[in-house]
Structure formats: structure tokens, C-alpha cells
Design a protein around this ligand. Sequence first.
Ligand SMILES: Cc1cc2nc3c(=O)[nH]c(=O)nc-3n(C[C@H](O)[C@H](O)[C@H](O)COP(=O)(O)OP(=O)(O)OC[C@H]3O[C@@H](n4cnc5c(N)ncnc54)[C@H](O)[C@@H]3O)c2cc1C
Length: 396
Amino acid sequence: MTDSTPAAPSSPALLETDEHRALRAAVRSLGSRYGRRYFTDVVDAGGHTDELWADAAKAGYLGVNLPEEYGGGGGGIAELSIVLEELGVAGCPLLMLVVSPAICGTVIARFGTEEQKREWLPGLADGSRKMAFGITEPDAGSNSHRITTTARRDGTDWVLTGRKVFVSGVDIAQATLIVGRTEDARTGKLKPCLFIVPRDAPGFGRSQIDMELAAPEKQFELVLDDVRLPAEALVGDEDAGLLQLFAGLNPERIMTAAFALGMARYALAQAVDYARTRQVWKQPIGAHQAIAHPLAQAHIDIELARLMTQRAAHLYDAGDDMGAGEAANMAKYAAGEAAVRAVDQAVHTLGGNGLTREYGLASMVTAARVARIAPVSREMILNYVSHQSLGLPKSY
Ligand SMILES: Cc1cc2nc3c(=O)[nH]c(=O)nc-3n(C[C@H](O)[C@H](O)[C@H](O)COP(=O)(O)OP(=O)(O)OC[C@H]3O[C@@H](n4cnc5c(N)ncnc54)[C@H](O)[C@@H]3O)c2cc1C
């Protein structure tokens, strides 16, 4: 395998401007200087994609969605999702882009205090700092209404207790944005709240989960054992936690769609390239419809998912949180499914080579499945669409 990734089939994007297309081309060019081999070498060595991260930061790509006055590019999720998708097309999907600038950067930029913005946004924008995001809990899983990580007041401080699981990149992030709950003084009910927890805060323990996933970002189980935080650790308004949470979750879904689409386009390009030249009968294998049609189907699925992803990003950047919610869920669903099918078909198209390390596709089978499970599973999106879009009753 060479690092000169074959051109990924792609249609002109309906909602994209000339600037967007120029951004795609520039990111693609940076990504192709690294390529799949760089990424798999880093994973094999148990390292991180620091060089690529630094180069992307230098070019201004990592903070392209963050406000200019805090060192960002002044763009939106549309631009950041282009960065992630194109790095994926080059074989280097950077999961931390979903978490650090997209979720945490967005939440702080929209709801943080002036001090929090000044402290965090310039570092998130120039890539010198990262922030992880922890919502999933072992006993709550997909039912995030059931999370029990609790913050209680002690004087002006907050004290957090609880557990989180599958939180990505905690080891390489200076802090984690933790979703906890505080008690409503009036009703006694628990309501969601967001806290910035520094990596070295006393009582904040982490252990790495042994994942069968070839990715530079590791997943962690976290224990918060009376983690004491100053009042300024609370992000935004204590009474508007849910709204603030959703402000971060829509970008998360849009970015996960971009993450999946980058991988899908990379895999499809490899398969198409192989099918054009691999010949075991009279014609290259790509002439057999049993090979060509599933690849064509994968291309259609990818392009449809890209349209919905662009629509979701467009709505989100236009300030339509409700409209973006439905589109972001649908985009994540469509992109996750497109990626799982495209990667599976790509591996199959390469025959035995699909399972070799040289072609680097087999490890994508697991990576593509992440987009079906996280941050919200395929079934939970189907539930959302059943209830929210179609008005069907709930079974749970
Ligand atoms: C690689 C990776 C990285 C991750 N990174 C992060 C991170 O950075 N931060 C973070 O907070 N979390 C992270 N997660 C966690 C991820 O968001 C959860 O795995 C996901 O939300 C699903 O929760 P669960 O694993 O507990 O599955 P469960 O909730 O136990 O679900 C198991 C299965 O049951 C199905 N199911 C559950 N409820 C229903 C229902 N009502 N109807 C139909 N089907 C249902 C699900 O669809 C799924 O197939 C990550 C996960 C992975 C794999």
C-alpha cells in the first residue's frame, strides 16, 4: 500500500461554498502528507497522532469553528466537519476533533463565562490543549437520564462523586467536561450540569479500558471520588444544563457523521482502485456486477449521508438547534450505516488482501462500528425518529 490515497469519489456538495471546497482541498492535501500508513504505525506503536495534530493546528483547522476573538477561525461545525471528514478520507480520522473543539469548544464558547472562554478557547483552537467529554455511565448507558454522577455544594465549592465509562482521550486531555447532576433547591430533583474537571484533580481516577479497536485515542473508566472543584468549574447556568448539553450533543452527532464518512470514503476509494486493476478472469474484478453494484450502492449511501450531514451542520450553524437535532441524528445514523457497509464491502472487494495489514482496511471494520454505537446507538436514533419525527408512542 502506498500513502498516495486514490481519489475518493465525491459529488459537488450542494450546501458548500467555494471556501468550503478550498478548505476540503487544503485539509486533504495535509492529510495525504501523512496517510493511512502513518496512522496505523502510530496505533501499532501505542502512540498518538501528535505531528498531524500539530500541523492541523498550525494551519488553523482544529479551531476553525471557534470564535475569532479567542483564537479560532470564526467558522462553524460545517467547517470543522469538513476538516474531520477530509482527514478521514486521507486515512487519518482524528476522534479528538469530535470531543475537544466540537463538543467542549462549542459548549464553552456558547455558555462559558468570560474567564472560562479566555482560559480554554485559545488552547483548544491552537491545539495546545485538549478537553475530553464524559457523559456515559456504566449503569445508565444509552439512558442518560439515569446518570448518577452528582455534584453537591460545599461552601462555594462543588464536590463531584460518580463513575463514567468509555470516555475517550482522558490521558491526553488537560481536562474533561463531565456531565453530572445537581439537586434543584426548589424541587429536590436532579438536573444535568457540566463541570470542567482538570486531569490531575485529587480524587479523579482513570483506568484504561482494553478495547479491540485500532485507534490512537484510548477509552477510560473514570472514578470521581469526592472531586473538589471551585465554583468556576461549573460551565454556564446551573438551571439551563439540558439546553447547554444539547448545544454540545448536536455537534457531536454531526462530527461523528463526518468521522464515519471520512472512513467510508477512504475505504470505498481503496476498493474502487483495487477493483479497477485486479484481474483474475478476462476483465478486472470491477467489471463483475457482484463487485461493482455493492460499491455503487456504498457510494450512493455515502453521498446521501453527506447531504444530511451538511444540512445538519448548516441548520446548527444558523442557530436552529431544534431543526439541527433531527438532522444531526439522521446524519449520524445514515453515516454510521454507510460506513459500516462501505468498509465491509471494501474488505470483501480486496479478497484476502482485505485482511492484510498492508492494506489497513480490516482494522476499520471495528472503527466503523464505533459510529453505529457512539455517541448514541443506531437503535436510540430510530427511537428518536419514531417518537420525535413520527409521533409514535414509546415502549420504554
Ligand atoms: C470507541 C468509543 C468511544 C467512546 N467515547 C465516549 C466519550 O468520549 N465520552 C462518553 O461519554 N462516552 C463515550 N462512548 C460511549 C458511547 O457513547 C456509549 O457506548 C453509547 O452511548 C452506548 O451506551 P452503552 O455502551 O452503555 O450501550 P447500552 O446502552 O447498554 O446499549 C446496548 C445495546 O442495547 C440497545 N438499546 C439500549 N436501549 C434501547 C432501547 N430503548 N431500544 C432499543 N435498543 C436499545 C443499544 O442500541 C445497544 O445496541 C464511547 C464508546 C465507544 C465504543
